[in-house]
Ligand binder design. Sequence first.
Ligand code: ADP
Length: 189
Amino acid sequence: MNIILFGPPGAGKGTQAKLVCNKFELDHISTGDILRNEISKSSKLGLAAKEIIDSGYLVSDEIIIDIIKIRLSENKKNNTNFLLDGFPRSINQANLLSKIMSELEIDLNAAILIDVEQPVLINRILNRKNTEGRIDDSEEVLASRLKVYYDQTAPLIQFYKDLNLLKWVNGVGEINDINQQINSIMEQL
Ligand code: ADP
């Protein structure tokens, strides 16, 4: 099974992605983690992305697409299934993903939306800032990230609905309950 996990910042994608990937043996592809790792190594890519990430905007599709192409080709070669976390984040990225997957002759089985309303997101992220210390979790940057989500990423809901791939999960509640919802979706695919 190859799946996309998406939702607003603070929806709990990272936490849920780890649980699902362990249970179903999927390669966890988190573009946010990949970029943060590049930043910590001060690589060329990391240096190019840092300022954009810290201000809450999206890095260029070119950078992201290269990362995804390499990783999906490896998975194809090794016959490994994957979960995409943080990608695609716009209709353009979703179209690019479809193109890459059809070139590699691999299928997408579902796009799972973890849905959480805005006031809850804001509380969660401001709390996370104290524990994880991400610059982009500050109150000012959060406003940009939410705007980017609603303007650019939320249209993916209709996009994947039209393809009959959308699955909806209520992201408010206990981590375990949310995980159960995702597991039962996975088991029905
Ligand atoms: P969040 O917790 O907001 O879901 P992520 O950890 O997924 O954040 O990503 C952090 C930042 O990395 C984003 O705000 C963005 O700047 C950059 N980023 C991650 N994935 C992408 C992508 N697919 N396209 C463009 N930028 C991305």
